[in-house]
Design a protein around this ligand. Structure first.
Ligand code: FMN
Length: 364
């Protein structure tokens, strides 16, 4: 496999050289709240006040429960929050999401719903339901359905996005297939797209490492299309042409690639990395992998809860297993399908980049 990738690389490099003429290229807090209110009630002599105190305690307990029972549903740069139903199916989904966000490829069905596989069986609590815009349904125990139209069927209620219209749902999900991420949330039910905080969370960053300019060209195109900030990973020790000579096994880039523990140092750091919700990460393929400096990068930053979209350029190999490597390094992030652009096509990559953004549901 690796041999095939490398021979594709060598062929690609030959083609690339010809084209370019160049080689270098709350449960406890709820209880505490209830207890403190109950303690206060004990000292009260007025029965009316005691009743009021008890009612307040009940409300606080309910609020705490509601906070625990929400789920975020994200498509592109829009996030909806759904209140989860009180049944064993929603509980099971909650447990599943406690292990990390779930990204599902959903298909449009009969111009009324988006449906996609959960990837596992959840307990069924089927009943006759008149589903409407915003209803989240479990179909046959193994498919999640988001309704934007209406339907009456025997299936399981999972939750509901409150106060949302068909039009708002269609604006976010489009009228075709869509990639949707389900994750645990604690916000009040409703659309959070317009909230300032959410704007910040969905802010995009394009980060790239590029030794000879190819990946940089794609990164600039991508940042322009997404109106994203751009950040270059610059090695503390810059790579010379000789360092990059892959024909010589003794040169720096190849020696480092052959050492799994190598973590070349990066100059500076990304200002306020926390502000970004989506991070596009670009790199050249070096010996069928990410350059070791990308490992330094992934070791340095906390991607929990962020969305990563990888892209690469190469002489002939494709993504070469790098998405799987990134998934292992950043298990708490949501990773979208990656993009590969041949090193010889980087100057006219806008169409490919746009198509990819459409495919992964991130097009603006
Ligand atoms: C040390 C080294 C190893 C490489 N290994 C591969 C490879 O395994 N497969 C491949 O297709 N291209 C390989 N390439 C070619 C680069 O991936 C390609 O030229 C890329 O577009 C360079 O991007 P950049 O200009 O952003 O650095 C290698 C290049 C170097 C310097």
């Amino acid at each position: 496999m690796k041999r095939l990738a490398v021979s594709m690389f060598v062929m690609g490099m030959l083609m690339f050289q010809t084209a370019c003429g160049s080689q270098s290229t709350g449960e406890e807090s709820a209880k505490a709240a209830v207890e403190s209110v109950e303690n206060a009630a004990e000292t009260e002599t007025n029965i009316g006040e005691e009743i009021q105190v008890a009612e307040n305690a009940e409300t606080e307990e309910k609020d705490a429960d509601t906070e625990d029972m929400t789920m975020k549903i994200t498509a592109g740069d829009t996030t909806f929050t759904a209140a989860l139903a009180e049944n064993s199916s929603a509980e099971a989904l909650k447990e599943l999401l406690a292990g990390g966000p779930l990204t599902i490829q959903m298909s449009d069905y009969a111009s009324m719903e988006k449906v996609g596989p959960v990837g596992t069986d959840l307990p069924r609590n089927d009943e006759q339901i008149d589903a409407d815009a915003g209803d989240i349904i479990l179909y046959q125990g193994n498919s999640l359905v988001i309704y934007y139209g209406t339907n009456s069927w025997n299936f399981t209620r999972i939750g509901k996005i409150q106060d949302v219209t068909k039009e708002e749902l269609l604006e976010a999900f489009g009228d075709g297939d869509v990639t949707v991420t389900f994750s645990l949330g604690s916000e009040e039910s409703g659309i959070i797209k317009e909230a300032d905080e959410t704007e910040a969370k969905t802010k995009a960053l394009v980060v790239y490492f590029s030794a000879t300019g190819n990946t940089e060209a794609v990164a600039e195109t991508l940042a322009g299309l997404q109106d994203a900030d751009l950040y270059e990973i610059v090695p503390e020790q810059p790579y010379t042409d000789e360092d990059l000579n892959y024909r010589d096994n003794a040169t720096r880039a190849t020696v480092k690639q052959n050492d799994p523990e190598a973590r070349p140092a990066i100059q500076g750091s990304i200002p306020d990395f926390e502000q970004y919700g989506v991070v596009y990460v670009g790199f050249p393929i070096w010996w069928s992998d990410m350059p070791r400096i990308l490992y330094t990068f992934f070791d340095t930053y906390d991607f929990s809860g962020k969305t990563i979209a990888p892209f690469c350029t190469s002489g002939g190999s494709g993504l070469s297993g790098t998405p799987e490597t990134i998934a292992e390094l950043e298990a708490d992030a949501v990773e979208l399908d990656g993009l590969h652009i041949s090193g010889s096509s980087v100057s006219n990559a806008e169409k490919s980049v746009s198509e990819w953004l459409d495919e992964i549901g991130m097009a603006k």
